[in-house]
Write a protein that binds this ligand. Structure first.
Ligand code: NAD
Length: 263
């Protein structure tokens, strides 16, 4: 099938919308923040590594986008409160929260050899962090007449991680449960809550985890489409989830895994 020449997302579709993207200092979150800004959104970019958040913000500002860098650890309530206050002070509102931030443990580590610190850390960033950010933005969204929360699960949360350990599989499953709960609870306020469940994505994270080309070929072989996702493959679906085109969708878990996960 020949690619369509016209852009899928019309220029300016996010004009007047304020986004908070966590974990935007690298990988999927970074590209997402750049695309949201390029489409007219005002974007607060958060990362636990301050320099990463600043780098993303610099790139967006250089391209003419409206952006603010936020250094925050999403697992710390004080950081999250300060960040959300700053976003509201700067942009006046928050329309869309994207909970991209999340850490991971070692590849191929047996559960009985997993340090409890890994378990706590993976849960803190993925589960507690998504909860704390939702908790902090919800009052603003309710007051503003609605909003969107987009969570990041994973193929791991839909089945079992082929790469990472039990902590990651369990944490991403919890993110799916939180999505379902929040969607039911806040639909009456016009807040739509969905999650994307990407399959393995080519990028720094997977490169850090895979041990050479043999590992990489074995992972590709499990994916019916025959390759890892690109960050853009994932970001395009998040743009749809953030757009008005998804206005009737809440509580959904979108598998974007090249056929790895069949619902
Ligand atoms: N890469 C994949 O193969 C893949 C597959 C499925 C799901 N996901 C999910 O997609 C999301 C993005 O993945 P990625 O590959 O771009 O990740 P990444 O590791 O490249 O980037 C994640 C960013 O989040 C930041 N971060 C980590 N903990 C944080 C915290 N407590 N507070 C604030 N920031 C924090 C990191 O500093 C980093 O810059 C994650 O939730 C991940 O679990 C990724």
């Amino acid at each position: 099938m020949a690619p369509i020449e016209t852009p899928v997302f019309a220029p300016g579709i996010f004009k007047g919308r304020v986004f908070l993207v966590t974990g935007a200092g690298r990988g999927i979150g970074k590209l997402l923040a750049e695309r949201l800004a390029a489409l007219g959104g005002q974007v607060a970019v958060c990362d636990i590594v301050a320099e990463r958040a600043e780098e993303t913000a610099k790139a967006i500002a250089a391209a003419g986008g409206s952006v603010a860098a936020m250094a925050a650890d999403v697992s710390r309530e004080a950081d999250v409160k300060r960040m959300v206050d700053e976003v509201v002070a700067r942009f006046g509102r928050i329309d869309v929260l994207v909970n991209t931030a999340g850490s991971y443990g070692a590849a191929y580590r047996a559960t009985h050899e997993t340090p409890v610190e890994e378990w706590d850390n993976v849960f803190a960033s993925n589960v507690r962090g998504s909860f704390l950010c939702a908790k902090a933005v919800l009052p603003h969204m309710i007051a503003g007449g609605g909003g969107r929360i987009i969570n990041f699960a994973s193929n791991a949360g839909r089945s079992v991680s082929p790469l990472l350990g039990c902590s990651y599989t369990a944490a991403k499953t919890a993110v799916i449960g939180m999505t379902r709960h929040l969607s039911r609870e806040y639909a009456k306020h016009g807040v739509l809550v969905n999650t994307i469940a990407p399959g393995p994505v080519a990028g720094e994270r997977v490169a850090e985890l895979l041990d050479g080309p043999q590992d990489s070929a074995a992972l590709n072989a499990q994916i019916p489409i025959g390759r890892l996702a690109s960050s853009a493959d994932i970001v395009d679906v998040v743009l749809f989830m953030a757009s008005d085109a998804s206005r009737y969708m809440t509580g959904a878990i979108l598998d974007v895994s090249g056929g790895l996960i069949l619902a």
